[in-house]
Structures are given as structure tokens and as C-alpha cells.
Design a protein. Structure first.
Lengths: 281, 295
């Protein structure tokens, strides 16, 4: 692209060529996923003989088998519980803290705010060694709390940061008026701030949900009990049990991937906004 | 009345502070404490001062792990930020590219473990896409055991990282480019600037804040990379892809050397926070400079 444009700067590429170029790039990015799904319909022998060929038919047999032997249903439920609970905590506690930081001046405010801001940058490595000792001592490892609590804690910084920015942007008279009408602080929070925060809460929810759903390292360290494993660690355990049963592994990968792609296609705009806002902070 | 009012913010803040303190701040302080000891995680703890830090400075594996992660970061700056910027530039001047953005962004959604297992198949020497593709175009000679070859493993992992995150950065840059005032772009175009010159000399300089954020994210994220490395090579072959995160997990959870692992964790944390501070300093200096110019 660059070389071509430099040779003839003023002329723009013919639209058809550009469109074809974009299509080619899109195919390169998307192809591994297409290949994954196609391979899931093949037998091991077919996968080895002709990696690029289309499957001889759409046989969902591998999928149902993978669903059962990989315990994907169980892992999905565990992921849903860890994700749901941590996102709920993040929204609730994050909104409360953001409300306190935005609406009140109090002793220790600056210090607390900078501690939470530190959390935006802290790598998980800065605390997970001692956290794992702490969780072992308190018998939290191998319980659902072992993931819910750290996921919530990791999401709080970003939630507070984003939600506080939302609240700061609201006109102060709004809150003054409610106060003069005699509403208690809790009522102002629940009936005024939370509804106004809805778009911010949605962004936080999407970002935290994806981070929790995909989290791997802590899940690997804290959950040994197979009945409590989430999708990432469960899938890894499955893939090391069935190392060479490729059609089964491709099926399990497809089963995990396709629902996420569907969710992405449905909520496309919100998800992109949530992820990029969360990333850029 | 007055005293309950004074308590109110703390009541709103309390639960969040409790969870954050318990799960992040306290363990972080404890990790710093561990780093000054010799401890296996059970039994007595022996205070050794800064010995673990001295050991880390001498440890050839730890030093190599830092050069590996620096190579990885350099590669991902090109493959994630660079490619993302290029793709955003390609679509910024066109309409009807929603399908393209969807296709390129999709990998961002997937759990890293799914990505890693999928790409272990893409790189599979027997039936993987890469080798089969090379054979398909008659380049059998270039076939490799990509993840098992010390000269290609690190780059192979970087490519996977690029596959995932190029779409993420493309979206960031796309959003930034859309905010540019159309008049400026049009004016440059009327002045006869080609699309490439327009992109390089007008558009990219105007979104340099977004580029700076992207570089910060890519660098700090790179130091924390773990999932891909753990699944694809776990440090191998022959330590060629050992990075600080995979090494310290081995030292702590396999060898039970909690004290030494904690020292490495503290060093890694200091590096990440240091990068963040340098970035904040530069940004502040820049915005102060621009304020000076405008007022």
C-alpha cells in the first residue's frame, strides 16, 4: 500500500482494488476461526490429510461428544457465576465509591483516590503471590469466592474512574435540588445518581464481564477442583487430557467461540465501546 | 446530624475500599515483605534483606526473560499498534467498512486460552495452517516447527498477539480519526496531498494522543503477558520464550521459592509503574507546553 501510494501520490486507488484488498485482509484475520469450525466437522485422519479441504459433511457428532466429555456446560455455568457475581459487585461498589468521590469532600479523599488510580496500572503480579497465600490460609481457594473477590477488586479501579468522570460531568444543581427537597443521601444515590449513570454502568459491565469471563492466571492458581473450573482453565485441562483428539478439540473450541461471536455481532457497538473505553481509560 | 453527615462518604466508599484493600493493596504490601525473606511458603521465614534482589540481578534466566519480553514488546508495537494504525488509516477514508471492522475485531472477544489452543493448531507442524499454506504455494523449504524452534518461537507468539490486538488498536485509532475536523483533512486534500501523505503528515500527527495511549497500553500490557506464553511454549524451547511472568510463576508455584519470586514480582511491578510514570510525566509536559503555546 505504502509503496504503491508513494509512486503515484495524487491518484487514488481504484475502489474495486481497495475493496478487494480489504476483503483479503479481513479473510486473513477471520480464516483461523473458519478453519477451526470446518476442522471440527472432520475426522482426525481428514485433518491430517488435507488441512484446507472442506469437510465431507456437517456432522455435529463431534460437537455433542465434545460438549459432554469436556464438561463445557459445567465450566460455562461456573464462568457465568464468577462473571455475574463479580460484575454485580463491581457495579454496586464502584458506583457507591464513585458517588462518594464525586459528591463529597472528606478527609483521606485524595489518598484513597490515588490508591484506586494505582489499581489502573498495577499488574496482577504485584499482588497474586501473597494473595494466593492469603486465600489458602483463609480457605478461600477452591471456592467460588476465590475468583469472585479478586475479579471484583481488579475491576473496581476502572469502574470508579469511569463512573466518577460521568458523575463529575453532571450539573451539580441536579443534586442540590434533590437535597433541598429533603431526599436522604441514599435516596439521592439510588434514585438520582444510579439511573443517570446507566450508560457508564453499561460500559463498565461489558468491560468487566469480558475480563472476568476470559481471566486465566488466577483461575489456574486458585481452582484445582474440576467441578469449579471456569471455561479457560477447564478448556486447558480438557486439551491436555485429549492432546491428539484434534476433531474433539476443534469442536470444543468452536463451542466456546461461536456464542461469543454471536454475542459480539448482536451487541457490536456497545461491546466495541465498552472494550475500547475500558482499555483507553 | 452533623456527625452522621460526615460519615456518609465513608459509608458509600467502605465496601469498595474493603474489597480493594483486602484483595489488592494488602497482598501487594505482603509481596514486598516476602521479597525480603527466604521462604518456601510454609515453615519459618528468614529475613535476608535485599539478597533476593541481588540474586535476581545475577540470575541469567531472569535477565534473559527481560530481553525476551522486550523483544516481544518491540514486535507487538509493530504487529499490534503499527498494524492497527495502518488498518485504521486504510478504512478511515472509506465508507461502508463496518464488516471489515467486525472481522478484524472479533479475535479481541475470545479468551486468550482459546486463542492459544487454536494457534497451537495453526502452528502445528503436521496439519497446521502455516505449514500447509507454505506447501500450498510451493514454499515447503520455509516450513518449520514454529513454536519448537528457538529462532522463531518468540516471533510466532508475537504474531498471535498481533492477530488478537491489531483489531483493538484499529478501533481506538478509528474512533480518534473520526473525531478529526473534516475541514482540515479536506483542506490538505485540496492542497494536493495524496492519501498516504495525508495519513502520515496530517492524520497521524493529529491523533498522536491516541497513539501515545496505545503505545503505553501495548508496553505495560506486554510486560504482563502470560496466557499465550504459558499455553504455547511455557518458556520453551530451551528457555527461548521465558518471560518474567512465566518464570516467576515457575519459581513460586513449582519450586516453592516464594521469597525470590516475590522479589521478581516487585521488580516487574516497578518496571510497569515506572513506564506509567514516565508516560504521565511526558503527557503532562506536553499538555503544559501546548497550554503555553495557546495562551
Amino acid at each position: 500500500m505504502s509503496a504503491r501510494a508513494r509512486r503515484s501520490p495524487p491518484r487514488r486507488l481504484p475502489a474495486a482494488v481497495a475493496q478487494a484488498g480489504l476483503a483479503l485482509i479481513a479473510i486473513v484475520f477471520f480464516f483461523p476461526m473458519v478453519w477451526m469450525v470446518l476442522s471440527s466437522f472432520k475426522s482426525n485422519a481428514e485433518i491430517f490429510r488435507s488441512p484446507f479441504s472442506l469437510p465431507s459433511g456437517i456432522d455435529l457428532g463431534h460437537w455433542t461428544k465434545a460438549w459432554e466429555v469436556a464438561h463445557l456446560g459445567r465450566y460455562a455455568i461456573n464462568s457465568a457465576i464468577a462473571t455475574g457475581a463479580s460484575v454485580l459487585l463491581i457495579l454496586l461498589l464502584g458506583a457507591g465509591a464513585a458517588f462518594a468521590f464525586s459528591r463529597y469532600r472528606f478527609r483521606g479523599r485524595g489518598l484513597l483516590l490515588s490508591l484506586f488510580a494505582l489499581g489502573l496500572l498495577l499488574p496482577v503480579q504485584s499482588y497474586f503471590i501473597a494473595q494466593s497465600r492469603l486465600f489458602t490460609d483463609l480457605a478461600i481457594t477452591d471456592t467460588r469466592l476465590a475468583l469472585i473477590v479478586p475479579y471484583a477488586a481488579m475491576g473496581l479501579s476502572l469502574a470508579i474512574y469511569l463512573l466518577k468522570a460521568y458523575l463529575d460531568a453532571l450539573p451539580g444543581e441536579l443534586f442540590e435540588a434533590a437535597r433541598i427537597d429533603g431526599a436522604s443521601d441514599l435516596r439521592v444515590f439510588l434514585l438520582l445518581a444510579v439511573p443517570l449513570l446507566r450508560p457508564g454502568l453499561a460500559t463498565v459491565a461489558i468491560f468487566s464481564a469480558l475480563s472476568s469471563w476470559n481471566e486465566f492466571l488466577l483461575a489456574l492458581l486458585y481452582i484445582q477442583d474440576d467441578t469449579l473450573k471456569t471455561i479457560p482453565t477447564g478448556l486447558l485441562a480438557f486439551s491436555s487430557r485429549y492432546v491428539t483428539d484434534y476433531s474433539l478439540l476443534f469442536s470444543a473450541l468452536s463451542l466456546v467461540t461461536l456464542p461469543m461471536i454471536v454475542i459480539y455481532l448482536v451487541f457490536n457497538r456497545h461491546i466495541v465501546e465498552g472494550i475500547t473505553a475500558g482499555g483507553v481509560k | 446530624m452533623k456527625s452522621t453527615r460526615a460519615l456518609t462518604p465513608y459509608l458509600f466508599l467502605g465496601p469498595a475500599a474493603l474489597v480493594f484493600g483486602f484483595a489488592v493493596l494488602v497482598p501487594m504490601a505482603m509481596t514486598v515483605g516476602y521479597s525480603l525473606t527466604e521462604w518456601t511458603g510454609v515453615g519459618p521465614m528468614r529475613f535476608v534483606g535485599l539478597d533476593n534482589y541481588a540474586k535476581a540481578a545475577r540470575d541469567a534466566v531472569f535477565r534473559a526473560s527481560f530481553s525476551h519480553v522486550l523483544v516481544y514488546i518491540a514486535a507487538t508495537l509493530v504487529l499490534e499498534v503499527g498494524v492497527g494504525l495502518g488498518l485504521a488509516g486504510l478504512i478511515s477514508a472509506r465508507r461502508g467498512t463496518a464488516w471489515f471492522r467486525v472481522a478484524v475485531f472479533t479475535p479481541v472477544m475470545l479468551p486468550m486460552i482459546v486463542v492459544a489452543v487454536l494457534w497451537s493448531f495453526v502452528y502445528n507442524p503436521d496439519f497446521g495452517l502455516v505449514n500447509a499454506g507454505l506447501a500450498g504455494v510451493g514454499l515447503d523449504g520455509l516450513q518449520r516447527v514454529w513454536l519448537g524452534d528457538t529462532s522463531t518461537a518468540l516471533l510466532a507468539i508475537s504474531v498471535v498477539s498481533g492477530w488478537v490486538f491489531a483489531g483493538f488498536y484499529m478501533m481506538i485509532f478509528h474512533a480518534a480519526l473520526r473525531q478529526l475536523p473534516a475541514e482540515i483533512v479536506e483542506a490538505a486534500r485540496i492542497d494536493g496531498a495524496g492519501e498516504w501523505a495525508l495519513f502520515r503528515r496530517v492524520k497521524v500527527p493529529m491523533i498522536r494522543n491516541a497513539v501515545a495511549v496505545a503505545v503505553l497500553l501495548c508496553v505495560t500490557g506486554g510486560f504482563q503477558g502470560f496466557d499465550l506464553f504459558f499455553v504455547l511454549t511455557n518458556g520453551g524451547p530451551y528457555g527461548a520464550t521465558e518471560i518474567p511472568t512465566t518464570y516467576l510463576v515457575k519459581v513460586v508455584f513449582r519450586d516453592g521459592d516464594v521469597g525470590y519470586g516475590s522479589a521478581m514480582a516487585v521488580i516487574l511491578t516497578a518496571v510497569v509503574l515506572g513506564v506509567g510514570l514516565v508516560y504521565a510525566r511526558v503527557q503532562r509536559g506536553r499538555s503544559a507546553a501546548s497550554r503555553g503555546r495557546w495562551t
